[in-house]
Design a protein around this ligand. Structure first.
Ligand SMILES: Nc1ncnc2c1ncn2[C@@H]1O[C@H](COP(=O)(O)OP(=O)(O)OP(=O)(O)O)[C@@H](O)[C@H]1O
Ligand SMILES: [Mg+2]
Length: 1109
């Protein structure tokens, strides 16, 4: 998606005003307030037209990121909030696209951020200009020149930990495409006095500390140095360490940068040797030595240091020593040598150190230039960056020659600013066809003239004084000034005979004051002459020239005797004036861009905005002047297109789209808004607005209108949003309904499915069972077949086995017969060889062995001791048959005896009874076998316990042997009635079952016989002795379930009581005596009439039939 182009403006989201030109009302107070307000909101940049004011934030802000670079790249100057990148971009684009050489002038007091600003400009340009290996190398070299120059030219001061102690102007050269080709650096006025002396709380140049901290032991040894700051007089100790600065690391950075810039190793070494020599010079000390002429002559105290310096620089020690003691003055081919006193010797030493260092610095700049200079001869476009001190005004008349020079330079820069700004303004008016009106402003040309005028300017006066023969002092110089400049409006002095200052106590006698455009500055005249002279004794420069050290030799060309120039070298003032003039000439050909740096506080601290300090800077930087000049004609101007774009919503005809040319759109817009015509002018491409007020009115209207438009947009947006929401809800509702239906159908389907499954499972079950039945049937058939087959095979096998056995038997018989036959044959043959009885003996022996074996085997094969065990081992030999049977019999009897021996008396009785029954009925009565397993209990009816039979019990005194209910067969009809049958030792009793009443009592001696059938029935007849009392009614016929027991017990009791055996007749037909008749009881088997119960029926007088099943 293409990124939407959003046209923004400086006027958007402004904090205070982004451009001071728009400040209403304009005065110092509002100016400072606006700066402060912006500073408090981290807006450190503010414009005055195209000038950027930069307030040092003293902390890193996130506004220099690559993204920011991209933001500002190719954007118009007023499009985004003020930024140094906007200025850099404007300068670079105008250089690249319009072929205009640019210069960026960065001014401000020490610590205001000039050097940082110059680096930001360079880094921005490096980021946006062309890319490629070669271009990148050039960029890298240009950027890396900074650390080298900073190491040698910067120092910690009370105002800035990294204060540039030189002015720097750098031309960056580009080709027609805008790619960097190289650069040229110019340096101005290195503060060389710092080499030998530093104010309190300040340091010497960084390089000395970096060398001592960062050099390896080996390098230090080579340079004859020690890693101890306190060893060197030229190094101030009270602030040798700076917070947050790592000198050792910086030393590595510097060496690395030197390498990138293109310094050869031997060059770097030579440079460090010079630095070491300067450091060691400070340690040379002098002592006075009286001479014959009464004057003191200085002598070096300890020559060791001198010796080392000479070794390091390859200077003849004697030559140098002499140069520190004598001074040779040449005039008109005459040489006069005078001795130096101690003070002069120290002066000479320091002058040498300062010169050595400052020349080294210039050499470094030249060497860097050599490396970074453009390699081609094609036409170049140039962007110059000037980082030079702004106005320096110290309080208490501490301003000296250096401040004077610096302020002069700033005065010149101001002039060029005024010239160029006005020129540009004028040019723009002409370009835009706007009527030019005169602008009233202060022109500082008059002050420049006061300083630089060749005949009566202050610098000319100073040079004149310095060159004048005779005694020259700072006071004579001041006197001269007083004479020449007394009438100048901007010169003030106590001694100028001008009545105005005679009583001005703020103006000391040894000072003069100049009214610079930025304010009044009081200069202390002391040191002006010396500093301007910048004298180095010829002996010293000659000694240096004689050095074997190539670099040092090249630094002092005037020491070459062949080129002795008796003319004095140019003074520092005139040198500076010349270089400023060159610089100005250079700048005048270029399009200027200004960055005015402001320091918000003296504490190097973030967030502190000291208003009085800022006020002071605003004054001497002439910023209000800047604004006034800028606003002289029209305060604000803008091209028609962006203007129409910004304000078109304020007029119906131009909103939302204007079809015609932008200018007529703006005209209609301004007419519609009824802006007074004197407030604006129409240029060719721009509209010019006279007062900021008008612009702000426009802005206010725009803001109001934007709010209305925002409401409108909001309204439409809300409507759209609600509609979208509604449509979405509707759509959702359809979706939800569909899902619900789907869910219901799904449920129904699942139900149907599960029912189908149930039905299916039943059918399957039924089918499976059917199949199972079939399979079972098949299996049974198969089993039957198998069984039949097995039986058949069994039969077959048995037949076969029988056949085989038969065969085997026959074979065996053949073999035996064959053996007997053979035996017979052999015996016949050998009989004659045996004695007559040998055969008998062998026979006996064999027999004996066989018997023995038989018994032994029998012992192991004995059956169990159970008397009913029928097992008995088979007979081994036929001839032992009878023995074997006898043995079986004996064994059986023995084990029976054993078994019997275990019986108790009661058991014996029971068994005797059982035995008796066996003897009586076994194999005679079919009922017998079923009685064997039944124990004989006798008293089945428990008369003793049943209270019903108490009477009965009482009536019987004897022991009851049998008490049982029997059926008594009626003699007349064969029907049966229940009776209690009791047997005692002597009697047989019958009693009524219900009442227990005794019906009959028969003494045992009257019982003659008991008859019963041979069958499986319980009928029996008890025959009584004829003629006895009991027999009057006839014999009894009973039926009982315990016939065998009762008959046995009756038999045994009778036997024991009467000593007679009771006759028991077992026959299927017997006679019983019923009164007078003899009736035949006949048992008929097989009648099934009454099931399994035998029935009895009287057939006639002579026959009673019992049907037995
Ligand atoms: N834009 C900035 N962002 C953050 N810190 C800054 C910025 N500008 C300056 N500083 C801080 O202020 C210090 C002083 O800045 P700088 O060295 O540029 O001052 P200067 O104007 O060059 O001073 P001098 O005239 O002494 O060389 C820097 O070391 C840095 O800590
Ligand atoms: Mg600086």
């Amino acid at each position: 998606m293409a990124k939407m182009e959003v046209k923004s403006s400086l006027l958007d989201n402004m904090i205070g005003v982004g451009d001071m030109v728009l400040l209403e009302p304009l005065n110092e107070e509002t100016f400072i307030d606006n700066l402060k307000k912006r500073f408090d909101h981290n807006e450190i940049y503010t414009y005055i037209g195209s000038v950027v004011i930069s307030v040092n934030p003293y902390r890193s802000l996130p506004i220099y990121s690559p993204e920011k670079v991209e933001d500002y790249r190719n954007r118009n100057f007023y499009e985004l909030s003020p930024h140094i990148f906007a200025l850099s971009d404007e300068a670079y684009r105008s250089l690249r696209d319009q072929d205009k050489d640019q210069c960026i002038l960065i001014t401000g007091e020490s610590g205001a951020g000039k050097t940082e600003a110059s680096k930001l400009v360079m880094s921005y340009v490096a980021a946006v200009c062309g890319k490629g290996a070669e271009v990148n190398e050039v960029k890298e070299q240009l950027l890396q020149s900074n650390p080298v120059l900073e190491a040698f030219g910067n120092a910690k001061t009370v105002r800035n930990d990294n204060s540039s102690r030189f002015g720097k102007y750098m031309d960056i050269e580009f080709d027609f495409k805008g790619d960097p080709l190289g650069g040229v650096i110019s340096n101005y006025l290195l503060e060389k006095s710092r080499v030998v002396k530093q104010p309190r709380g300040e340091r010497n140049f960084h390089v000395f500390y970096q060398l001592l901290s960062g050099a390896s032991e080996e390098l230090l040894h080579k340079l004859k140095l020690e890693r101890d700051f306190s060893r060197y007089n030229y190094l101030s100790l009270d602030s040798a360490k700076v917070n947050g600065v790592d000198d050792a690391a910086n030393f590595r950075t510097v060496r690395n940068a030197m390498q990138i810039v293109g310094f050869m190793d031997h060059e770097t070494e030579a440079v460090l040797e010079v630095v070491a020599a300067v450091l060691k010079l400070g340690n040379i000390e002098f002592k006075p030595e009286s001479r014959m002429n009464g004057l003191d002559e200085s002598k070096i105290k300890d020559k060791n240091e001198l010796k080392e310096i000479c070794e390091l620089t390859s200077i003849d020690q004697l030559v140098l020593e002499r140069a520190f003691s004598f001074r040779t003055v040449e005039a008109k081919q005459e040489k006069v040598s005078t001795t130096l006193n101690v003070a002069q010797a120290y002066y000479a030493r320091d002058a040498l150190a300062k010169n050595l260092y400052s020349r080294l610095f210039s050499w470094l700049v030249n060497r860097i230039n050599e490396s970074i200079k453009a390699q081609t001869k094609v036409r170049k476009k140039v962007m110059g960056v000037l980082d030079i001190y702004g106005f320096e005004i110290f309080e208490n008349a501490d301003n000296s020659f250096e401040q004077f020079i610096i302020n002069y330079c700033n005065e010149k820069l101001q002039q060029i600013f005024i010239e160029l700004t006005l020129k540009e303004e004028q040019e723009e008016y002409i370009r835009e066809d706007i009527e030019w009106t005169h602008i009233d402003y202060f022109n500082n040309a008059i002050i420049c003239d006061l300083i630089e005028n060749n005949t009566n300017g202050i610098l000319a006066m100073l040079d004149e004084e310095c060159l004048r023969p005779g005694t020259v002092t700072d006071d004579t110089f001041l006197e001269k000034l007083n004479q020449v400049c007394a009438t100048h409006q901007h010169f003030e002095s106590r001694m100028s005979k001008c009545s105005r200052f005679l009583n001005d106590t703020t103006l000391p006698h040894s000072c003069f004051r100049i009214q610079h455009y930025a304010g009044k500055v009081l200069y202390q005249v002391e040191g002006f002459v010396d500093k301007n002279n910048d004298l180095l004794y010829r002996d010293l420069s000659q000694a240096m020239w004689k050095a074997g050290h190539g670099l040092i030799k090249s630094l002092f060309p005037e020491g070459n005797p062949a080129k002795v120039n008796l003319k004095r070298p140019p003074t520092a003032g005139s040198q500076f004036k010349a270089s400023v003039a060159t610089l100005m000439k250079n700048l005048q050909t270029k399009n200027p861009n200004y960055i005015r740096c402001i320091k918000p506080n003296d504490k190097k601290a973030a967030h502190i905005f000291n208003e009085s300090l800022v006020c002071h800077q605003i004054r001497y930087l002439g910023l209000l002047e800047n604004v006034r000049v800028r606003r002289a004609g029209y305060a604000f101007r803008q091209a028609y297109e962006p203007c129409l774009e910004r304000y078109k919503m304020l007029c119906k005809q131009t909103w939302p789209h204007w079809k015609g040319p932008a200018r007529s759109g703006v005209e209609i817009l301004f007419n519609e808004l009824e802006i007074p015509t004197e407030e604006y002018s129409f240029g060719r491409s721009k509209i010019f607005i006279r007062n900021p007020r008008t612009l702000f009115q426009l802005e206010d209207l725009r803001k109001q209108r934007l709010e209305d438009l925002a409401t409108l947009i909001q309204k439409i947006y809300r409507g759209w949003k609600c509609r979208t929401h509604f449509l979405l809800m509707k759509k959702s509702q359809v979706v939800i309904a569909a899902w619900c239906r789907r869910y219901a159908q799904q449920k129904r389907y699942q139900q149907i499915k599960s029912s189908a499954l149930v039905v299916q499972s039943y059918i399957r079950g039924w089918k499976a069972r059917k199949l199972l039945r079939e399979l079972k049937h098949q299996k049974r058939c198969k089993e039957a077949v198998t069984t039949i087959a097995a039986y058949w095979h069994g039969t077959q096998a048995r037949r076969e086995l029988k056949r085989l056995k038969e065969e085997a038997r026959r074979k065996h018989a053949v073999a035996v017969i064959w053996a007997y036959w053979l035996g017979l044959k052999v015996r016949r043959e050998y009989r004659k060889f045996f004695r007559a009885n040998a055969g008998k003996k062998i026979y006996e022996f064999t027999l004996q062995r066989i018997v023995q074996k038989y018994f032994l085997e029998m012992k192991n094969k004995m059956p169990s001791l159970s008397p009913i065990d029928k097992n008995w081992p088979s007979r081994p030999y036929l001839f032992l048959d009878s023995t074997h049977k006898e043995l079986k019999r004996i064994f059986h009897l023995w084990r029976c005896k054993k078994y019997r021996d275990q019986f108790t008396d009661q058991q014996k009785l029971i068994y005797e009874e059982k035995l008796e029954a066996s003897e009586l009925f076994k194999d005679k009565k079919a009922l017998y076998p079923s009685s064997v397993g039944q124990p004989f209990q006798g008293a089945y009816l428990e008369i003793n316990k049943n209270p019903k039979y108490k009477k009965l019990k009482d009536a019987i005194e004897e022991k009851i042997i049998i008490a049982e209910v029997v059926n008594k067969i009626n003699r007349a009809n064969g029907k049966s009635t229940s009776r209690i049958f009791l047997l005692t030792n002597n009697n047989l009793l019958l009693a009524d079952q219900k009442s227990g009443q005794i019906k009959s009592e028969v003494p045992l001696v009257d019982v003659t016989k008991v008859s019963m059938s041979s069958q499986n029935d319980g009928f029996f007849a008890v025959h009584l002795k004829e003629g006895s009392e009991a027999a009057s009614k006839g014999d009894f016929l009973f039926s009982s379930d315990h016939l065998i027991e009762m008959a046995t017990k009756l038999y045994r009791t009778t036997l024991s009581q009467t000593n007679q055996k009771l006759n028991i007749e077992i026959s299927d037909e017997f006679l019983v005596q019923f009164r007078q008749d003899k009736v035949c009881v006949k048992f008929i088997q097989g009648s099934q009439k009454n099931g399994s119960v035998p029935t009895c029926k009287r057939k006639n007088n002579r026959l009673l039939e019992v049907a037995v099943p």
